[in-house]
Write a protein that binds this ligand. Structure first.
Ligand code: ADP
Ligand code: MG
Length: 324
């Protein structure tokens, strides 16, 4: 199978065809119709075998996740996904792998009506780079820099599910078969919070998607907004299954791992009523407040400061350090 047959067989067969794609796969460049009064949000994510996933990883899940992480970045901007590009390097043409990979990718693409409009393909160590594009009305994008003192801090969904599955895979905790299958779903096939991101356009003052852990990613908002935050541990949403294992893993696993791809965002008090009227499957959970003093402070159930032990992310340097 040559390069053109490969592209035709596996990547030019998507059933989503958008009217704003003037020319998709097949010419020297895609031609895409822009929308007046809208900005284009553009993002890309690179996944390299041996670094982001192992060579024997399930190709269906890889296809899903490679696109999902990009849609999650668009969600965090409040953008409506439209198109994506796929750049692939493959050690060999493995039809079964490509079939499953493209199926996983297109299944998610269909759900969000995003169309694959081009890319590049070359021989090389397995790597997957997707670039995704989405629309957001002028001036309405959710930025990291908009959080203000007094705003409330929220997250979507539940945190830590993916981290528990990963901990099991790395030989930490032991999960039962049925637990592992539920939690692995979150790790391998995350659901990007696209609808929630779009709903929050006129409500949130800042947003980010949690890919490196709540504390690290909220830290990006705080730095760019020149503020701090206080969080309450008992308010952090955790699934019942995940909660069963917190005693073994500790809270750090929930706070310092981000593979769930939930959104973290701030909301000015005047917009809380509007937020509470929104309906979403993931839910919006209030976890703390923005304060003027820089850094993240976490209080446990007893109101005592909780100091995460785990570091490893640069941005832990902004956590309040125990001084005694
Ligand atoms: P060029 O030589 O101009 O780079 P290619 O032969 O690489 O063109 O690609 C031919 C067409 O196939 C282009 O429209 C390109 O966008 C598309 N394409 C190539 N690789 C992929 C891929 N992995 N997924 C989707 N489209 C692809
Ligand atoms: Mg090319």
């Amino acid at each position: 199978m040559n390069e053109f047959e490969l592209i035709r067989t596996f990547f030019a067969r998507q059933d989503v065809t958008r009217p704003d794609v003037v020319a998709g796969i097949g010419d020297d460049a895609a031609l895409l119709r822009l929308r007046p009064g809208q900005e284009l949000a553009v993002t890309s994510d690179l996944m390299v075998s041996g670094v982001h996933f192992s060579l024997d990883a399930d190709p269906f899940s890889l296809g899903h996740k490679a696109l999902a992480v990009n849609l999650s970045d668009l969600a965090a901007m409040g953008a409506e996904p439209a198109w994506f590009m796929l750049n692939l390097t493959l050690p060999k043409v493995d039809a079964r792998w490509l079939e499953a990979f493209s199926r996983g990718m297109f299944e998610l693409a269909r759900e969000y009506r995003v169309q694959l409009v081009g890319g590049d393909t070359s021989r090389g160590p397995l790597s997957i780079a997707i670039e995704a594009h989405g629309f957001v009305p002028e001036g309405k994008a959710l930025r990291r820099s908009g959080a203000r003192e007094g705003d409330r801090v929220y997250v979507t969904g539940t945190l830590g599910d993916a981290a528990m599955a990963l901990d099991h895979r790395l030989g930490g905790i032991r999960l039962a078969e049925n637990e592992l299958s539920v939690l692995s779903e979150r790790l391998d096939r995350p659901a990007p919070r696209v609808r929630e991101g779009m709903m929050l356009r006129d409500i949130a003052s800042s947003a980010i998607d949690i890919s490196d852990g709540l504390v690290a990613d909220l830290g990006h908002i705080l730095e760019m907004s020149h503020v701090g935050a206080q969080l309450q541990l008992e308010k952090i949403p955790v699934s019942p299954l995940c909660r069963l294992h917190i005693r073994e893993t500790g809270w750090d696993t929930i706070l310092a791992s981000g593979d769930d791809y939930e959104l973290c965002f701030s909301v000015p008090v005047k917009n809380i009523t509007a937020l509470e009227k929104l309906r979403s499957n993931s839910g919006f959970h209030w976890i703390g407040v923005i304060e003027a003093k820089p850094g993240v402070r976490i209080l446990d159930e007893a109101g005592k400061p909780y100091y995460p032990q785990q570091s490893g992310h640069d941005h832990f340097s902004i956590i309040a350090k125990k001084t005694t």
